[in-house]
Design a protein around this ligand. Sequence first.
Ligand SMILES: *Cc1c(COP(=O)(O)O)cnc(C)c1O
Length: 385
Amino acid sequence: MIPYGRQSIDQHDIDAVVEVLTSDFLTQGPKVPLFEKAVAEMVGAKHGVAMNSATSALHVACMALGLGPGDRLWTSPVTFVASANCGLYCGAIVDFVDIDPQTYNMCPKALRTKLELARSADCLPKIVIPVHLAGQSCDMSAIGELSREFGFRIIEDASHAIGATFENRCVGSAAYSDIVIFSFHPVKIITTAEGGMAVTQSAELARKMEYLRSHGVTRDPGLMIGESHGPWYYQQIDLGYNYRMTELQAALGLSQTTRLAEFVARRQALAKAYDEALAELPLILPYQDRRTRSSFHLYIIRVPSRPGHRNHSEVFAFLRAAGIGVNLHYIPVHLQPYYANLGFRPGDFPVAEAYYSQAISIPLFAGMTDADQSEVISALRDALV
Ligand SMILES: *Cc1c(COP(=O)(O)O)cnc(C)c1O
C-alpha cells in the first residue's frame, strides 16, 4: 500500500536521537530550546514554545489568550477535531465558519456575515482559528482585517503548513495573528514522532505558554508573587499541564528542520506532476491562490459525480483495493457525534459538506518516488473510466 503520507528519516536523524540517549538529559535539557529557536528563526517568529503535540499547543495557546467558560471560539469545519476541541477544553462555546468552495479554507465572506450577525446578538468570538488546509494559507489579510474590526484574536492552525508562505512571508511570521501552531506528527511536513510548537511575536504570550505547558510552574522571579525563598524555589502561578516535549523529540526535530526546504520542494514537485498528469481527468484539482505558496501536506482531489461512472465512494474503494492508501481530510467536525450532541446538524455548513462528499487525499510525501506516483496516476485513470 502506498500511504497518503509518511515520515522521511535518514541516518542524520537517527544519529541525533541516539546521541541524546547517551547524554545527560532525556527531557528538560538543551535540545528543546535549540529546536524552538531553529523553528522560530526559520519562520520569522521571535519565540517558539515546543510541546508534546499540536493539540497541546492549541490548548495552551487558547489559555494564553484567556479563553474561558462562556467565551466563543470559531474555526473551520474542515479540519482535524483538535482545532475545535481546544476551545471545549477551556469551557468555551465552539462554532464553525463555512469554507471557501475553491481553497477549502475558512471563507472570509462567510466569516464577515457570521460576525455581523454575532455582533447584533452580542455573541462575538474571542478567538478565531483559521486552518491552512493541505498547506495552503488562508486569506490571512482578510481575516486579520476582520479581527481588527470585530476585536477577536487569531490562532493559525498551521499543522499542515510549515514551509508555506502567504504574501511572500513565511507561515509562522504571524503577520496577521497572535499565535501560529505547527504539528510534527509523522504524516506532517517534518516530524518529532509526536510533537507541536506554538510560535509568536509576543514575549508575554510566549512566557505564558512556557509555564502553562509545564504545570503552570515558573522559576522566573519576575513572574512570582512575593519573594523567592532561595535557589530551590519555584511557584505554581496558574493551573497548567505536563505538555513538555522530550529531548529525543527535539533532537529529531532539529535534524528534520535542516531538510525542511528539501521536503517542501519535493512535495511541490510531486504536486506539479499531479497537476499535469491529472489535468485531463474528470476531477477538480487543488486550486492555488496566487498570494500563497503551499507546502503541500496534502494533495486533495474532488470527484464530481458522473452518472454511469464510479461515484466518490466507489473511486475511493477502488483506489484502496489497488493498493493506493487514499484518505479523506476531513469529515466535517460538526458532523461528528460528539458535536451533534452539542446541537450541530447536517446542513449547518453546506459548502464543507459538499466538499466532504467529493474529496479524496491521494498519496503525497517527501520520500515518494516517481514510480509510486505513476502507480497512483494509473490507478486513478482506471478508477475514472
Ligand atoms: C495533525 C493536526 C492537528 C493535531 O496535531 P497533533 O500534533 O497530532 O496533536 C491539529 N490540527 C490539524 C489541522 C492537524 O492536521
